[in-house]
Each structure stands twice: as C-alpha cells, then as structure tokens.
Design a protein around this ligand. Structure first.
Ligand SMILES: Nc1ncnc2c1ncn2[C@@H]1O[C@H](COP(=O)(O)OP(=O)(O)O)[C@@H](O)[C@H]1O
Ligand SMILES: [Mg+2]
Length: 380
C-alpha cells in the first residue's frame, strides 16, 4: 500500500482463511519502506501536475513496480515468510470519483501506478492490482475499498463502531450495531495529514509535524477554522471521496492566505484542528443519526489507524471533539492490527477475494450499482 501522503510503501504479510465477510486474518508481519527523497518528489510532482511528460509517467510506473517488489522481498526476508499472492494498491496519481464532461462524454476516472507485472516477475507469484476501476465501471466512486476489511474485523452485534483512518486523507467506515454489509457507510471526511504535512513543509521545512509537537505549541485560530469549514465538501452527503484534487496545493495556498499575520505554530495548530473538527462535524451529521434494522444505534467505539495516530496533538483534539458524542477513541492496535498496517492488510484481503473470483466492493460505501470483483491479475 502506498497512500496519498506519498511517504512510502507499507507491506503487510497476512495469513487468510475462510471467505468473504467470514474471512479470518492473522497479521504475520509488517514493514514500512520510505520512498527515497527524489522518488517522493517525483510522485508528488506527478500527482499535482497539470501537464506532465508521458515518458516520465511511464518510467515512474515501472520504477514503482520495482520498489514495491523490493519492499515485499525485504518484508519476506525479515519475517522468514514467503507469500503466495500479492495485492498491490499502487500509487494514486489521479482520482475523480464523479463523472464530469470530457470530449463529449461524462467520465469518472482513477489512475493508480506501479507496474504489477514487475512485482509478479520479481516475486514469482500472482499479483492483483488496480482495484478501483471495476467499482467505477459498476457506477461507484472507486473508493473507499477498505470498508470490506473494516466490516470483517470490527462489526459488533450490540455496539456501533466508527473506524477512522488518518492517512493523507481521513476516511471513516460506520458500522451500526448488527449491521448487514449494505448498512455500512463509508466516505472521506476530508484532510487527514495532508494539509498538516503541507503547511509544516512550507513553514518549517519538515515533511510532517512529528508527534504533533509544532501544533502543541500553537493555538487554532477560530475565525480561520470557521471560514475553512464553509468548504462545501464538508456538508456534502456521502458517498464522497477526496484527494489532493480537493485538499492539495490550492487549498493550502488559501489557508496560508487567510493566515497572513498568524504565528507559525498557530497555523499548524489550525491545520490540525481542521482535521479534528471536520471529523467530528461529519460524525455528528452523517453517522450518529444512522439506524440499522429500524433501530437507532448505540455508537460506542471510534477505532483509529494510519500515520495520523502518531500525531499526539491531532489525537488529543479528536478526543476532545468526540467527547460530547460519548465515543471511546481506541487505536486498531488495541484490537489486534497495528495502525500502520491496516490499509495494507485490507488490500491483501481484497486480493485474496479477487483470486477466488469473489466481489469485495461495498456498494453502500462506494455508491456502485452492484457488487464487483476488483482488480487485475498479473501472473508471476
Ligand atoms: N511520528 C509521527 N508524528 C506525526 N505524524 C506522523 C508520524 N508518523 C507518520 N505521521 C503522519 O502520517 C502520514 C503517513 O500516514 P499514512 O497512514 O501512511 O498515510 P497515507 O495512507 O496517506 O500514505 C505522514 O505523512 C505524517 O503526516
Ligand atoms: Mg503511507
């Protein structure tokens, strides 16, 4: 897995048994390999480019395939495990979940890069990649896909659970008590670390706010927060997806413009509060009122994962924002999956389902018209 933060590659080695929603997973090992600096720069440049060189994008595709293969080899060696099947999400360069006019047609599209044939050749096992297009071809937004794993791991007969990932973008899965899969909703709440990372880079020359220590020394500016919260994305009804297209360079420029005379630490605190505030706002608006089987849900757990869990200031703000809703904030680690490995484990499970010719999108989460078998297979 490599997410929108473009920080690197997460590998999860998972033993899987069973099928579909009754799958059982055992996480054997996981590892993170940071992208070398020039690769990260190239990935970020490709994501943000309004024009790009086709030759360079083609090279990047094959380069990433090689890096993914090396990351899997490294994880296998360290764990002394050999995998039989690989799921590779790839690096998203562009995602447009809703159809827009293009050359006389309405097109929704997505693009993940990282050549799976290279991984299959180097590892000698089949690789499932390119999971999103099949859901979009079925009328969905192609995201989020992790709710399949969330439902497998976290559904509960008596309590509602919200599963929140804090990657570059923040996304949640809401599972009402004793919900059927079609009662699960999931969507991107807005920025996770993406805006925090960008302002930290601009103001302090660091790729991210380590442990949230810059934000801890500042104070969010309420007036700026209120203005940012007017962004229509936060009020838009789910299903909805976001990416650098919404919360990338333009959004950050706007935030900094509104913070012209604000102290640096306060700007980082404001970006951090934006993530916490938008999560709370959307949970209150779209999750708390959800019912399942005609009954209101007793929402109890708020289960977090992703790199943002390492930002102590962000976590503190999220706890404070959610306290009035009586949600108990817990990391996935408490429930058996390290928070940095969950997304990677999700794509292992999706690959397993695809290999067995079973669908793994959740139409109520992506907006698809029907179930779809996700991905393409490269044979090693
Ligand atoms: N020690 C840390 N302190 C604060 N933030 C961190 C720390 N480690 C990672 N992060 C944040 O997590 C991000 C990566 O999270 P990740 O879950 O991999 O997101 P993505 O799926 O978008 O790649 C980094 O860009 C950074 O913002
Ligand atoms: Mg990452």
């Amino acid at each position: 897995m490599s997410g929108t933060s473009a920080d690197g590659i997460d590998v999860a080695l998972v033993r899987i048994e069973g099928r579909g929603f009754r799958s059982r997973l055992e996480l054997l090992a996981h590892s993170h390999t940071a992208y070398p600096q020039p690769v990260r720069r190239a990935v970020l440049a490709a994501m943000n480019a309004s024009t790009a060189s086709v030759a360079e994008l083609s090279r990047l595709n094959f380069l990433l395939g090689g890096l993914y293969a090396d990351a899997v080899l490294k994880a296998q060696r360290a764990a002394r495990v050999q995998c039989e099947l690989i799921g590779c999400h790839g690096q998203t360069l562009y995602h447009q979940g809703s159809a827009q006019a293009f050359l006389g047609r309405k097109i929704a599209c997505t693009w993940q890069t990282g050549e799976a044939a290279i991984i299959a050749a180097k590892l000698g096992v089949p690789v499932v990649s390119d999971f999103r297009p099949a859901d979009m071809a079925a009328g969905g937004k192609g995201a989020p896909l992790v709710p399949f794993l969330d439902y497998v791991l976290y559904r509960h007969p008596r309590f509602g659970r919200v599963v929140q990932n804090l990657g570059g973008i923040a996304n949640l899965t809401a599972i009402p008590a004793s919900a059927q899969p079609e009662q699960v909703i999931a969507f991107d709440t807005g920025p996770g670390n993406m805006v925090i990372d960008a302002v930290t880079q601009q103001l302090f020359g660091k790729p991210y706010d380590r442990n949230g220590s810059f934000a801890a020394r500042g104070k969010p500016v309420e007036s700026v927060l209120r203005e940012l919260l007017r962004n229509p994305y936060f009020r838009q009804k789910p299903p909805k997806t976001a990416g650098r297209e919404q919360f990338g360079r333009e959004f950050v420029r706007e935030l900094l413009r509104r913070c012209a005379r604000v102290a640096k630490h306060d700007i980082i605190a404001t970006a951090t509060a934006l993530t916490a505030r938008t999560i709370a706002l959307t949970v209150r608006t779209f999750v708390m009122p959800l019912t399942a089987n005609g009954r209101p849900t007793n929402w109890r757990d708020f289960i977090v994962s992703g790199g943002g869990t390492k930002n102590a200031t962000l976590m503190k703000m999220i706890r404070e924002e959610l306290a009035p809703m009586r949600l108990r904030v817990r990391a996935t680690d408490e429930l058996g999956v390290p928070s940095e490995a969950k997304e990677a484990a999700a794509f292992a499970l999706l690959a397993y389902e695809t290999w067995h010719r079973r669908p793994s999108n959740i139409p109520s989460a992506t907006g698809a018209q029907r179930l779809a078998i996700l991905g393409k297979i490269s044979y090693g």
